[in-house]
Design a protein around this ligand. Structure first.
Ligand code: ZN
Length: 165
């Protein structure tokens, strides 16, 4: 159990595509990712955010309401999406202090490998669907800044970099 340092933007690792998980033993990494996410008051954390360039993320979108629902998704694939656009402000543990309005699909169907190694498929909507799309983006080197138009991006980047000084 350990809290890992979180990689923050503009670290180049946040812009890299991650490799599929093969046969690695991930138990310690997954436990540390949950510790790190909860300690940082987050609801989702992808491996590249702790410098591990592998396709997995952890999430728990309800723990702050007192009902933990931890999930681990290894090598996730978005199989289908309900392409109704929903815009909501999104935070990111790698871009602390900034909320960016991001458009996402309303619902997604995801296939993933669980920590125990078995393959799952399920439908998600609401905040969980948003969180999955956000974390999935991290596995492809995409952050919230990449999901807005150039003018909006410039505004938010400036505000963020100003805060880092
Ligand atoms: Zn993020």
């Amino acid at each position: 159990m350990a809290i890992l340092p979180i990689v923050t933007w503009p670290d180049p690792r946040l812009s890299q595509k991650c490799d599929p998980v093969e046969n690695e033993v991930l138990d310690d990494l997954i436990a540390d990712m949950f510790d790190t996410m909860y300690a940082a008051q987050g609801r989702g954390l992808a491996a590249p955010q702790v410098g591990v360039m592998k396709r997995l993320f952890v999430m728990d979108v309800t723990w702050k309401e007192g009902e933990p629902s931890p999930k681990v998704m290894i090598n996730p694939t978005i199989m289908a999406a309900e392409r109704v656009p929903v815009v909501m402000e999104e935070g990111c543990l790698s871009i602390p202090g900034v909320l960016v309005p991001v458009e996402r699909h309303k619902a997604v169907t995801v296939q993933w490998t669980a920590a125990e190694g078995d393959i799952h498929m399920d439908d998600f909507d609401g905040f969980e669907a948003r969180c999955i799309q956000h974390e999935f983006d991290h596995l492809n080197g995409v952050v919230t800044f990449d999901r807005v138009d150039a003018q909006t991006r410039a505004q938010f980047e400036t505000a963020y970099l100003e805060m880092q000084k």
